[in-house]
Design a protein around this ligand. Sequence first.
Ligand code: URA
Length: 277
Amino acid sequence: MTPEPAPTVSQLLAFYLEAGVDCALADEPIDRLAEPEAPAAVKAAVASGEASPPRPVRMPQAAFVAPTAEPSPAPDAAIASAREAARSAASLEVLRDLLEKFDGCALKSTATRLVFADGNPKARIMFVGEAPGRDEDIEGLPFVGRSGKLLDRMIAAIGLDRTKVYIANVIPWRPPGDRTPTPQETQICLPFIQRQIELVDPDILVTLGNPSTQTLLSTGEGIMKTRGRWFEYDTGTRIIRAMATFHPAYLLRSPSYKRLAWQDLRAIAKALPQTTQ
Ligand code: URA
C-alpha cells in the first residue's frame, strides 16, 4: 500500500481552519507530548557515567491535559460572584471595569479582549446577540464582521444607525473557534448582560437569534415560534417591551428568512416613533 503523502503546511492550516482552530493562544507552540527535561544534576551524572540514562516514562493521562491560564472558580461560586459584581455596578463604565477584572469565566483567558458594547448608551432601543466572533474579538466591538454589516442594514431599515441604538451580546468574550457557549458560561455571564440592560434602560429590547432570546426572555421555544412576538422583559424595576428576531448570521445562511425578519423590523419601527429620541 502506498502511504498517503504528508500534508503540506497550507493543507494542514486549511484543515485547522475548517475545524475551527483559527487563532493562536501563545506565540510559541507547546509540545505537550515531549518527554520532560531531566534535571541538570541527573544530566551531569549521566554525562560523567555515574548514572545510566533515565528510561522513558509514560506520562500519566492527566499530564496531557492542556493547562488553563488561571483556574476559574467553581461555576456556582462564579455565578454568585458575577451576580454580586453586576449588582454593585452603578453605571455602564463601572460594569465594564468590573467585567475587565472578572476572572470567573474561562472564555476570558482565550479571548483577545472584552467586547462590551457599541452604540449610544442613551438609546431607546437595544439589540443583544449571542457572543463575539473573530472580527469582534480583534476590534473589541460587537457585530463588526459580516453579520454586523447585515445588522447595520436591519437597523437602517427602521430608520436608525449605530449612533441611535445600543448593541451588546449575552457573552462578552469570543468562545474559541466560535463554538457555542456552554450553559455554564452563559449562566456566569447572564448577570452582567441583565445589569447592562437595566442600566441602558431602553424602551425596546431586540434579541437576535435563539440563544439570546431563550436566555433573556426565559423561553424554551425556538426562534421560528418566538420571532415577531412581543415579550415583556422585567428588569426588576421596570417592564421593557422585547421582540425576538432572527440573528443576522442566520439570515446570511438562510436569506429566504429575510422577508420574515423585515416583517419583525416593521413591527419594531411601528413601536418606535413615540420612544426613539
Ligand atoms: N454574532 C453575535 O452574536 N455577536 C457578535 O457580536 C457578532 C456575531
